[in-house]
Design a binder for this molecule. Sequence first.
Ligand code: AMP
Length: 281
Amino acid sequence: MQIIKTAEALLTALAQRKASVGLVPTMGALHQGHLSLIKRAISENTTVVVSIYINPTQFDRKEDLTKYPRTLASDLVLLESLSKDLIIYTPSDETLYPQGIVSKNYDFGSLATHMEGASRPGHFNGVATVVEALFTRVKPHKAYFGEKDFQQLQIINALNLQLNMGIEIIGCPIERTAEGLALSSRNTVLSEEQKKKAAQIYQTLCLLIDTIDTWSVNQMEHFFKTKIEALAGFKVDYFAVAAVTDLVPVKTLEPDLNYRLFAAVFVGNIRLIDTLELVRK
Ligand code: AMP
């Protein structure tokens, strides 16, 4: 029982009791990374919507879209085991793209220019188009995104400011295997051997954290490329150090800014990404 005397406290209490809708957008092939977002959403909302939609406009390579794992039946079993109260939203192309499957054009400035923006032309316009479509249909109070796709997270934050719908964007930490490989739906198409080797992406990023005061960014990049490309079938797409605010890759670090390491690596024709906060010790 709550006994309330002031109007302010009454409004606060009512706001806390008001239904809150949390949205977790996914492309399915669910793993513990997705589930960590959904669990957080369940703990913070009265209603949770999990969307499962493989968004064609964010794929820059047709082969990547056709090969993307589709596991709806087992996804539903996993979600059911988590909570019986979830709303699972699996919209058709026509529902999300009534005008045809094309991206809108957004201006996210430097946030969309480098790293994933440079390697995957049109990717972030596609992501923003589908997220805007989901936001306007679900009208969530909170929406949950993983730091694994850190550049995407910052773009969603920028999109959210542009849309001005009052949604709170929650960034969630990266879930990894015991060896450190960031969980990803794309890992399912890797062999056990490739997965074991791919954990070196994270392990190498961790080693670089200790070099922050002694090595230049060029030295870090050289170390990362040498180490990763020594693994058979591995090719580094990019290695970058960028401040979290503008995501522009830098060669020297300013003392007062927060930076992250970013990497994209091809394992055969599967492309993996990872990122790690560059913490000064
Ligand atoms: P996806 O299905 O790949 O579009 O991912 C849906 C959401 O889950 C995105 O916000 C991702 O950033 C997030 N996500 C994917 N992998 C992980 C992970 N290993 N840890 C935390 N979040 C993740």
